[in-house]
Write a protein that binds this ligand. Structure first.
Ligand SMILES: Cc1cc2nc3c(=O)[nH]c(=O)nc-3n(C[C@H](O)[C@H](O)[C@H](O)COP(=O)(O)O)c2cc1C
Length: 201
């Protein structure tokens, strides 16, 4: 709970240009703590996710960096039980959708027509959508929600596109499954200094 309050206060302080509610050090600590304590959540309570929280997560997603600032992403917010269950039935590794109240499908414009009328591929759509996804996962955690990135790319993406009526020129990256956590897994310690190389490999 302390973490959530600090994280929210930090986000508020940052978005207000910094006020006197908490110190800069506390804000830094809260942001870092939010990153380090995020972990995938796959069990959820039935409590619905408020619309304000959905918007905050989407704002965080759209704040991510993108190649040439193209912002090729679009987001499909799913809260209808039948649609969540339908996707759970179609995606082998996203069965947790059956107990989640919310999902955000992250998709990106992969194909576009250039000035000469040629159909071209945006080779950065995955990178851009992945950056947005991580921001959404971190925002969910800061808001006291749990979330997990469920892959919905390539063949799985075609299934999701068909199910949700996503246009041909778009590709989906994942389904972010979101809700209030009904489990408290320990964040994994992934710090491995031997993976770091200085100045050359
Ligand atoms: C590209 C990618 C695809 C993933 N696909 C799935 C998935 O289909 N189903 C699932 O349960 N988790 C999926 N995950 C979540 C990972 O299993 C999880 O992030 C990883 O085990 C590390 O655990 P943590 O998120 O708790 O740090 C995916 C994560 C990434 C980055």
């Amino acid at each position: 709970m302390k973490r959530i309050i600090l994280a929210l206060a930090a986000l508020a302080a940052i978005s207000c240009g910094g006020n006197n509610q908490i110190s800069k050090e506390q804000a830094q600590e809260a942001v870092f703590d939010n990153i380090m304590t995020r972990t995938s959540i796959r069990k959820f309570t039935e409590q619905p996710v408020p619309a304000e929280a959905v918007e905050q997560m989407l704002r965080a997603g759209m704040a991510a960096p993108t190649a040439m600032n193209w912002q090729p992403w679009e987001f499909v917010v799913i809260s209808e039980r039948a649609k969540l269950d339908d996707l759970a039935g179609k995606l082998r590794y996203a069965k947790m959708l059956t107990e989640a109240p919310l999902a955000i499908v992250v998709c990106g414009r992969r194909w576009f027509t250039d000035r000469e009328g040629n159909r071209r591929e945006n080779i950065f759509w995955v990178d851009d959508c992945a950056a947005a996804t991580e921001n959404i996962l971190l925002a969910a955690h800061a808001l006291g929600l749990g979330a997990v990135w469920a892959a919905a790319k390539d063949d799985r993406g075609e299934i999701v596109k068909e199910a949700l009526g996503i246009p041909e020129d778009f590709a989906t990256l994942n389904v972010i499954v979101i809700g209030y956590p009904a489990e408290t897994p320990q964040p994994k310690d992934k710090w491995k200094p031997e993976k770091i190389h200085y100045n050359r490999y």
